[in-house]
Design a protein around this ligand. Structure first.
Ligand SMILES: NC(=O)c1ccc[n+]([C@@H]2O[C@H](COP(=O)([O-])OP(=O)(O)OC[C@H]3O[C@@H](n4cnc5c(N)ncnc54)[C@H](OP(=O)(O)O)[C@@H]3O)[C@@H](O)[C@H]2O)c1
Length: 282
């Protein structure tokens, strides 16, 4: 059985390829940069969502396709349509798509592109599984240096809770679906077992580092301005700030246990992720 992974050179895709290799699966990496793909240690084929002509050859012979959502918000419906059409043309047996928490109803500004993609996949008639991934824990632990330096974490998420999970756990969930049976037609709300608030995050960092870090909640527009001040492009800053407002309203407070059931163990906790991130800082 051949499993093809798109976005295989990305941070999530690399973990999926590694997990599949450990399980002895027959893996093909579908990548937009074949030179980068060589480092994966599996056959790499060119597959650029912006170049539909590359996609059918990349997917040929694929029994199961992990379709990792693209990273260019605003351009993804067109790109994803090309991927789904190519999967149909290539005769892919089953498509597994990395979506977003509650894609069908979410007020998260990033959800509509995922909702549209899920609809395209359903309409394609291909057997499918949706992995509605919650936020990555790394979104919160990847930048601990700044929090420790300033003693503050900024956001607009209020008391909203996030059932974030590490990329590695989410990748293990994807690998379990890709190599397992009985997942066709299933929608998994994949995330951490325990949702946490930004105050919980600040308290965990404080407890583990010994440095006082507080969460400061800002109005959405002020948070967007702060992100722009940190150098983010305005459009992206505004989407992130609006996403935080959606978190305040519960958009990511969805802890279902789906991921831990898929991987057969509890998901990595906030405390464990903070420990690992602090260790990495040395
Ligand atoms: N849950 C979350 O918190 C969260 C956060 C951010 C993003 N996401 C979503 O989850 C996806 C995977 O996350 P990640 O951490 O692995 O992101 P990432 O490290 O940015 O990787 C994105 C992958 O998509 C590939 N890609 C982008 N545009 C493409 C195109 N036009 N054609 C083919 N491949 C393309 C990239 O290729 P290259 O390696 O060549 O760049 C990369 O391999 C993201 O793309 C995004 O949709 C989720």
């Amino acid at each position: 059985m051949t499993i093809t992974v798109t976005g295989a050179t990305g941070q999530l895709g690399r973990f999926v390829v590694a997990a599949l290799k450990r399980q002895g699966a027959d893996v093909v990496a579908a990548v937009r940069d074949t030179a980068k793909g060589e480092s994966l240690g599996v056959p790499a084929r060119l597959a650029d969502y912006d170049r539909p002509e590359t996609l059918v050859p990349a997917f040929e012979g694929t029994d199961r396709l992990l379709f990792v959502s693209g990273s260019e918000a605003g351009r993804r419906v067109e790109q994803h349509r090309a991927v789904v059409e190519a999967a149909v043309k290539a005769g892919v047996g089953h498509i597994v798509y990395t979506s977003i928490t509650r894609a069908d109803t979410s007020i998260n500004p990033l959800a509509p592109e995922h909702r549209a993609t899920e609809e395209l996949i359903v309409a394609s008639g291909l057997p499918y599984t949706f992995l509605r991934n919650n936020w990555y824990l790394e979104n919160y632990t990847g930048n601990l240096g700044t929090a420790l330096e300033h003693g503050v974490i900024l956001g607009a998420a209020g008391d909203g809770r996030v059932a974030a999970a590490t990329r590695e756990d989410l990748a293990a969930g994807a690998a379990a679906v890709l190599t397992g049976d009985g997942h066709a037609g299933r929608i998994y709300e994949t995330g951490g077992d325990v949702a946490f608030s930004m105050a919980d995050l600040a308290a965990t960092i404080t407890a583990q580092s010994g440095t006082e870090v507080a969460y400061r909640d800002l109005p959405e527009d002020d948070y967007a301005q702060a992100l722009i001040g940190f150098g983010l492009p305005e459009g992206f800053a505004r989407v992130l700030a609006a996403a935080d407002t959606s978190i305040a309203r519960g958009s990511l407070d969805v802890a279902t246990g789906d991921l831990s059931r898929l991987i057969g163990r509890p998901t990595t906790t906030l405390a464990e992720a903070v420990t690992a991130a602090l260790k990495q800082r040395g």
